[in-house]
Design a protein around this ligand. Structure first.
Ligand code: HEM
Length: 465
């Protein structure tokens, strides 16, 4: 976080500014944003030699997100030298702006349209059942580990190979490792460390290996382009003359995987945790799933179900993406600030979703609030808003609506009593920092919330509504 802060401070004034340390903010992004909101309200700056602007709430979200010409996205901290594998791997949508972004986004849309989803459903079902085959009543499982591993399989398979997931999985693991290496060095860029040069060279070398793997996968898919995975669909558009080049595919493949895997895994972990800790809501979901047994077990449900409200509410209270940043490309006024070119602006889904003016008792997990609530796209934005709204949002929701009920139909989950559950934003995602261990109980066992410790209590009041 805050790694691209380059704006210079030109004068001192009575603006809503807090002086602090960027490295402390990077350690606790959510705590920092909350303090800024409490001190200054919907817009403020954190100053540490340079200035980063924080905006909270629908009005400023809209201002920033609907002006993609002024506020650009720069997602990857380390781009690497021109013509390097690292540069190509970090050239996906979230590094593109303006006309190029619009054009590439159009070329990427085909595999994310709902009419393609039936091809994905069977694979998601198979992989979920494969995971559950090893789950037994009496065991304790770490939801954080299990969901990361399941989503690694699902994402690799949907993106790179529905039929032979061996190589797809290998590629997914490599992209995860590359993402983690980039993130470590990204932090080192604002907190210089003696070992960062060696790490940088290591990252560039690993990027070459990863690029070789993606090129190999592209070659294989091209030999048999009949598949229904995302890569095959994109290669068919390419063959039809309206598609991405191979170089572009490399960057988009790395971006798609990075954007999809952990966001969805964390969101599922939080949904299951919230259900386990709110027995009356968990019970209602069980009842709905039981009465729904005429429907095929893994059919994505319609949007008026209780499950739908559970997912919506979980993405509100613990959104998989906690904040996002933009960079001003020209001098511009924003609230009381006059931003110079290069100023970083942060907006936060987490903060907006916890504003009491928008959501009554925002720290309560209350799925039924969605029976009547219709917030604007800038007040509820787990998948962002505007020109860069998440392309994979409907796919992520479908995955969540398939996986969560598959687990809920088989077990009663009880969080291990006395667990410490900490969460914070890592690389913009709201991630568990601790294991989220649950005991697997039979379906006739009573649902029971467990006493837990940790900073999760700052974000969720563990009481029944
Ligand atoms: C629960 C899971 C997910 C969450 C919370 C999430 C969240 C987001 C958010 C907030 C953005 C906007 C970023 C910005 O404004 O800069 C975004 C963009 C994006 N997401 Fe997702 N996402 C999820 C799953 C997925 C999946 C499954 C895919 C693809 C398979 C995906 C692909 C993308 C892409 C390609 C973009 C960039 C769009 C653009 O720049 O035009 N996401 N996502």
């Amino acid at each position: 976080m805050l790694r691209t802060a380059t704006a210079r401070i030109t004068k001192k004034s009575a603006l809503p500014i807090t002086r602090g340390s960027f490295s402390a903010a990077a350690e606790d992004p959510l705590g920092t944003m909350r303090r800024l909101y409490e001190e200054h309200g919907e817009i403020s700056a954190l100053e540490d030699g340079q200035r980063v602007i924080f905006v909270f709430g629908p009005e400023f979200n809209q201002r920033v997100l609907s002006d993609a010409e002024t506020f650009h996205s720069y997602f990857f901290p380390i781009r690497g030298p021109r013509d390097s594998a690292q540069r190509r791997l970090t050239s996906g949508l979230l590094s593109q702006n303006g006309a190029r972004h619009r054009e590439q986004r159009r070329l990427l849309l085909a595999p994310f349209q709902k009419r393609v989803f039936p091809a994905y459903v069977q694979r998601i079902a198979e992989l979920t059942h494969a995971m559950l085959r090893d789950w037994r009543v009496g065991q304790t499982r770490d939801l954080h580990v299990e969901m990361n591993s399941l989503l690694l399989r699902i994402t690799s398979s949907l993106l790179f190979g529905l039929n032979d997931s061996g190589l797809a999985l290998e590629l997914g693991e490599m992209i995860d490792r590359w993402g983690a290496m980039s993130q470590r060095i990204g932090l080192a860029a604002i907190i210089p460390q003696p070992q960062s040069h060696g790490r940088y060279q290591g990252l560039l070398a690993y990027a070459e290996q990863l690029e070789t793997g993606i090129r190999r996968m592209i070659g294989l898919r091209r030999c048999d382009p009949s598949g229904d995975d995302v890569l095959s669909i994109l290669l068919r558009s390419q063959a039809a003359g309206d598609g991405l080049t191979d170089e572009e595919l490399i960057g988009q493949a790395a971006l798609l995987f990075s954007a999809a895997h952990l966001t969805t895994a964390h969101s599922l972990t939080w949904t299951l945790f919230l259900l386990a800790q709110h027995p009356s809501q968990g019970r209602r979901l069980s009842e709905e799933l039981t009465s729904d047994c005429a429907r095929p077990a893994l059919h994505p449900v319609e949007s008026d179900s209780f499950l739908d409200r559970v997912i919506k509410e979980s993405l509100r209270i613990l959104p998989g993406s906690a904040y996002v940043q933009r960079v001003a490309m020209k001098p511009v006024s924003l609230g009381p600030f006059r931003l110079s070119r290069g100023t970083v602006v942060v907006f936060s889904q987490f903060m907006t979703h916890h504003m009491p003016t928008l959501y009554e008792q925002p720290e309560r997990f209350h799925p039924d609030r969605w029976l009547s609530l219709r917030p604007s796209p800038y007040a509820y934005l787990p998948f962002g808003a505007g020109a860069r709204r998440c392309m994979g949002g409907p796919l992520a929701e479908m995955i969540m609506k398939l996986v969560a009920p598959a687990i809920w139909r088989r077990f009663r989950l009880r969080v291990v009593p006395g667990s410490t559950i900490d969460a914070n934003a890592i690389s913009t995602m709201l991630a568990p920092l601790t294991p989220v261990r649950v005991q697997l109980h039979p379906l006739d066992a009573p649902l029971k919330a467990s006493p837990v410790e940790g900073n999760i209590h700052r974000y969720v009041e563990m009481v029944e509504v």
